[in-house]
Design a protein around this ligand. Structure first.
Ligand code: GLV
Ligand code: GLV
Length: 322
């Protein structure tokens, strides 16, 4: 018979069709995130799960899904998934790295450029009919400035190319120095030095126990008062209240965020009222081409796992199928 699969939310039609061709699909189609209770009966029979980043795939969910053999998620991040619990159950988990690198780099660098040059504020100014009045507050140059990247992976390397094309110097901090960093064109430095010397900081590190709350009051206090802080990773890498305070006190100049904590950010959230912030609704990978590639790669991984074959982009390779 057909494989039984749960899809936890919206999926691009081409990927959905590929899965439906081989599987009996239960798909969550209502707005919002399904609870474990709402998925309960479906999970009981599920052999495959197409997860989404806003769903907690934890021990509780796994316990409710005794037949589960594979999990695939159309995202590079998988901080919502308890990987150890999956590995303990010998369930391979697939993410979708690679296919979203250039797209996410465009958004991260686009946030930097938009904030630096106040492009969004200029447009709002024109729409409000303020053009004839006094000029907009001035922006800042990119050329000759230092960009500090925290978490230099594939996306950071793609951001580095964009920054260097704009005449920026790029420094970075990772847990360990990359052996290929001279090829990438980024210079390794310690976290403290990166905070103190960067004109722009872009955060691209995955959310882990170590990176959760990495940017708090102390870190913002160490940055230049002219610093621009850009987060395109995960909201919880930043202590939101500390960022709010730093922006109000002008400890840093500006923030541009594609990810927030909480996410989504309620319209009443105080961060939204600040004059020195730009926020986008987690759209790092949100292009037609890339979302389609992500969905198809997730579907491919799901089907491979159901067939007992090795997943192509597996997070816990120690339990990947041989
Ligand atoms: C999006 O944030 C992703 O992890 O792909
Ligand atoms: C994405 O694939 C990254 O590792 O940055």
């Amino acid at each position: 018979g057909k494989y039984k699969v749960v899809i936890a939310g919206h999926l691009m039609p081409s990927a959905l069709a590929a899965i439906q061709a081989q599987c009996e699909v239960r798909q969550w189609e209502q707005p919002g995130v399904p609870t474990l209770n709402q998925l309960g009966e479906w999970l009981q029979a599920a052999e495959g799960l197409l997860a989404l980043p806003n769903i907690a795939v934890n021990a509780g969910l796994l316990a409710a899904a005794p037949k589960l053999r594979v999990i695939a998620q159309p995202a590079v991040g998988y901080d919502n998934i308890d990987i150890q619990a999956c590995t303990d159950r010998k369930i391979p988990v697939a993410n979708t790295p690679g296919v979203l690198v250039e797209t996410t780099a465009d958004l991260a660098f686009g946030l930097l450029l938009t904030a630096a040059r106040r492009i969004h504020e200029g447009w709002a100014w024109v729409q409000a009919g303020k053009w004839p009045e006094a000029a907009l507050p001035l922006g800042v140059d990119l050329y000759g400035k230092t960009l500090g990247i925290v978490g230099l992976g594939a996306i950071g390397a793609a951001v580095t190319r964009r920054a260097r094309a704009s005449g920026m110097k790029v420094i970075y901090n990772n847990r360990r120095q990359r052996s290929d960093d001279d090829l990438i064109g980024a210079e390794y430095c310690c976290f403290e030095e990166l905070l103190a010397t960067s004109d722009f900081i872009i955060v691209l590190t995955p959310l882990t126990l170590e990176s959760r709350g990495l940017f708090a009051a102390n870190e913002f206090a160490r940055m230049k008062p002219t610093a621009y802080f850009i987060n395109a990773a995960r909201g919880a890498v930043v202590n939101t209240e500390a960022l709010y305070n730093a922006l109000v006190a002008r400890q840093i100049a500006y923030a541009a965020l594609d990810v927030t904590d909480p996410e989504p950010l309620p319209a009443s959230h105080p961060l939204i009222k600040l004059p020195n912030i730009l926020i986008t609704p987690h759209i790092g990978s949100a292009t037609r081409e890339t979302r389609s590639r992500m969905a198809l790669l997730a579907a491919e991984n799901l089907l491979l796992g159901l067939a007992g074959k090795p997943l192509v982009t597996c997070v816990n390779n120690e339990v990947n199928y041989q």
